[in-house]
Write a new protein. Structure first.
Length: 226
């Protein structure tokens, strides 16, 4: 009996130590995820030491709790969503889950090539090639800022940007707005707000993101919310 008490105290102390040394938002998630697993573990130990009368119910409760957490996460956010922003020469995708960005070249000698497969110099070459298209140049700047932060030491963006017109010359359609926010046509206002919040955190200029992408995301939200 003393062994079980010591074991339970060890588990509880370890759990509290993790919570106290983790940021508040992550602590809540840790507690929700760890509690059912702790019940399963304690139940397994009790069953192993022939205390199945207590251990088996704890295992059942822990498994039910864990399954309910999984179903809630799936219902709250389905995952796998991507936003798409297009220009005359590029199609850029932003993954909602990871924040990763990648693009596909739509024109020129590199048509069909993914930006992630190119070296920094090759992306800079595209940047020079598409400099007359302000939107394409802005998308490439966003990609370079994220994956090649020192690229401005080799190229002066202002000298290229002056050759093109202002960003966003074309009027955004509702279909484009849905693609940019990564939501389905007919999405509710809450779904639109959630998608907007997830995206704007990763690309807002105040967080070192892209002014161009932030403007596109804000415009898409305004269009879909009328």
């Amino acid at each position: 009996m003393v062994f079980y008490i010591i074991f339970l105290l060890f588990v509880v102390i370890g759990l509290f130590w993790l919570i106290l040394n983790t940021p508040a938002k992550q602590s809540a998630a840790l507690l929700v995820n760890a509690a059912p697993l702790t019940l399963i573990a304690v139940g397994g130990v009790l069953t192993l030491f022939r205390r199945g009368v207590i251990g088996v119910p704890l295992i059942i409760i822990g498994i039910s709790w864990w399954r309910r957490n999984i179903s809630r996460r799936s219902a709250t956010y389905p995952g796998g969503r991507k936003s798409t922003v297009r220009s005359a020469n590029l199609e850029m995708e932003l993954d909602h889950d990871t924040g990763d960005m990648d693009g596909r070249v739509l024109t020129g000698h590199s048509e069909g090539v993914r930006l992630s497969s190119l070296t920094e110099e090759e992306v800079l070459s595209l940047y020079r090639e598409f400099s007359a298209d302000a939107d394409s140049a802005a998308l490439l700047e966003s990609f370079l800022d994220r994956y090649h932060p020192d690229w401005r030491e080799h190229v002066d963006p202002d000298s290229f940007r002056k050759q093109g017109g202002p960003f966003g010359g074309d009027v955004m359609t509702r279909q484009e707005a849905y693609q940019i926010l990564g939501v389905e046509p007919g999405a509710s206002q809450e779904e639109i707000h959630q998608a907007w919040r997830r995206l704007i955190k990763g690309v807002h200029p105040d967080s070192g993101g892209s002014e161009f992408l932030a403007a596109k995301i804000n415009t898409a939200r305004d269009i879909l919310l009328d």
